[in-house]
Ligand binder design. Structure first.
Ligand code: NI
Length: 229
């Protein structure tokens, strides 16, 4: 499932991130790529150890964890510290699949995280650059995505994806991975659909309180059965 999360960051948070990133020291993006994907990757990236990346990464993590759609879609167990990248001057990242395991080095020993989900948070508006689409292949076909600044795309870590060349302007984004409480994507999808249906019933007045209660119970019992903590 591809999930568009609107306003993962508020306009004010985007503005503040962009301002702080305007003086960033961008390094060669190949530092976080595996051997194979390094061949396809050409962009700038903030080093993981850069205090700015850590600060802004913390802001992004707190924001997404508090966002109801992100939370319902990802059911996060662990969020990898968000990273930041920049594409300009024809830079691109060809088709690749993200590494299955990443190590969160904020703890000793480093904590292995399984990348069930990948997230891209757009920090540049679509009018600021040409090209730079995030193209994701899933079982339903190929999707080219370019979202407003502050919006986020959540997509399966297992999917083949690329960023097309940025032919004008600059595209700045944050990207990160999530290990979910629910490893299986189809189970995660069922829980998301059920959650959305329950929320909609509630918003529509929730006149049948007994049925709502029972559906909410079903949701939690499935979550209990399927989750790994
Ligand atoms: Ni990737």
């Amino acid at each position: 499932m591809l999930l568009h999360v609107t306003e993962a960051l508020t306009a004010e948070q985007v503005r503040s991130c962009r301002e702080r990133l305007s003086t960033a020291q961008w390094a060669d993006g190949r530092v976080t790529a595996g051997y194979q994907s390094a061949q396809a990757k050409r962009n700038g990236q903030l080093p993981e150890t850069d205090p700015l990346a850590r600060d802004l990464g913390e802001l992004v993590t707190q924001a997404v964890l508090a966002h109801p759609t992100f939370f319902a879609g990802a059911l996060p167990r662990h969020v990898y510290p968000p990273l930041f990248n920049r594409y300009t001057d024809g830079e691109q990242f060809g088709f690749h699949i993200d590494n299955a395991i990443r190590y969160d080095r904020r703890t000793t020993p480093a904590l292995p995280l399984r990348t069930d989900l990948s997230a891209t948070l757009f920090l540049s508006g679509p009018d600021e650059y040409a090209g730079g689409e995030l193209v994701v292949e899933d079982s339903f076909g190929t999707h080219a995505v370019k979202l407003p600044a502050g919006d986020l795309l959540l997509y399966p870590g297992s999917s083949l994806h690329k960023v097309t060349p940025v032919t004008r302007g600059t595209r700045i984004a944050s990207f990160f991975w999530i290990q979910s409480l629910i490893r299986d994507a189809s189970q995660r999808r069922i829980l998301f659909d059920l959650d959305v249906a329950i929320q909609t019933l509630q918003q529509n007045g929730g006149s049948d309180a007994q049925t709502l209660l029972s559906l909410t119970g079903v949701y939690h019992n499935l979550l209990r059965q399927w989750s790994e903590t």
